[in-house]
Design a protein around this ligand. Structure first.
Ligand code: GUN
Length: 300
């Protein structure tokens, strides 16, 4: 039987709808509008695309969107001042500093200067610690989106064998923590893992987050397993015309889809869920800031 295709685009639209409903209730019942501030330093083209998309979707769900676009040469002190002002702005409930930052800025220092309760990326060391100890935290958006799709597909994840390929702070490590929180048996695999194919073959759930195009072939996948592909890699596609490219994930889609029980496509899988979860985190942060109940199903 062919794998079920997990439609992240449709799922993200549902999440955005839930966020929009909650935003309108916050406005109507409490006179509160959630606000998200995005800080972009420099002119990285991919970052500019992300930031534009975030701003547009923030407005579409009825929230306030603020963008700070700073010159690539901005000093650390000036950037920290912008963040401090946002930390103290009562109309801003979420702050995101787009990464990567220019080389002269200390990313850890900058991220840890965001008020943890406004850290909608979940990258602040306090949120990392809270997640690691199973306490209420802000959860990184991409792993949160993966968890939502897995819960939706399986119901309970309890007792399942999960392998996360990749150990980044943004995806791999928090993903592993979330799966552990849902009572999976979790392995984190990485570039030094011995017998990676055998490790992956044991998994009921495979989350691929390495940034290497199509590196997981179908013969590594246990029949019926669920494959979540976090990769977004651009390859040349001369067959589509000169200079054309195509997006591929970290798994070889066709061979994996032939064996898996369910799989996320690229594009249209994990990608759209990331911004939807950012919006969800902003509503959650706003509710927490105002001592109001959090929306159901939009947090870990
Ligand atoms: N750059 C690429 N992905 C992300 C993300 O999830 N958050 C931030 N802040 N920057 C990114």
């Amino acid at each position: 039987m062919p794998a079920k295709i997990i439609d992240g685009k449709a799922f993200a639209a549902t999440v955005r709808g839930q966020v929009a409903d909650h935003v309108s209730r916050l406005k109507d019942d409490h006179g509160i509008t959630p606000g998200l501030a995005v800080v972009l330093v420099g002119e990285d083209p991919a970052s500019q695309v992300y930031v534009r998309s975030k701003g547009k979707q923030t407005v579409e769900v009825g929230m306030k969107s603020v963008e700070h676009k700073l010159d690539a040469s901005t000093s650390e002190a000036d950037l920290l001042k912008v963040i401090d002002d946002l930390n103290n702005d009562p109309e801003i409930h979420g702050i995101l500093v787009q990464l990567p930052l220019p080389k002269h800025l200390d990313e850890d220092l900058v991220i840890n200067s965001i008020a943890p309760e406004k850290d909608v990326d979940g990258f602040h060391i306090s949120n990392v610690g809270l997640l690691g100890t199973g306490q209420k935290s802000m959860v990184p958006c991409t792993p949160l989106g993966c968890l939502m799709m897995l819960r939706d597909h399986h119901g309970s994840l309890s007792g399942m064998d999960a392998v996360v390929i990749g150990r980044s702070n943004i995806v791999g490590k928090p993903m592993a923590q979330l799966l552990l929180g849902d009572s999976c048996t979790v392995t984190i695999a990485h570039s030094r893992t011995k017998d990676l194919p055998d490790v992956v073959r044991r998994a009921d759930i495979v989350v691929a987050a390495v940034g290497r195009p199509e590196m997981v072939p179908g013969d590594w996948i246990k029949p019926g397993a669920t494959v979540i592909d976090v990769g977004i890699n651009r390859l040349d596609a001369p067959e589509k015309g000169e200079g054309k490219t195509r997006l591929v994930g970290d798994v070889d889609y066709d061979s994996c889809a032939a064996v898996a029980g369910a799989i996320t496509p690229v594009p249209g899988g994990v990608g759209p869920m990331t911004i939807a979860c950012l919006l969800a985190n902003t509503v959650t942060a706003c509710c927490r800031a105002n001592g109001l109940p959090e929306p159901d199903g939009l947090t870990a």
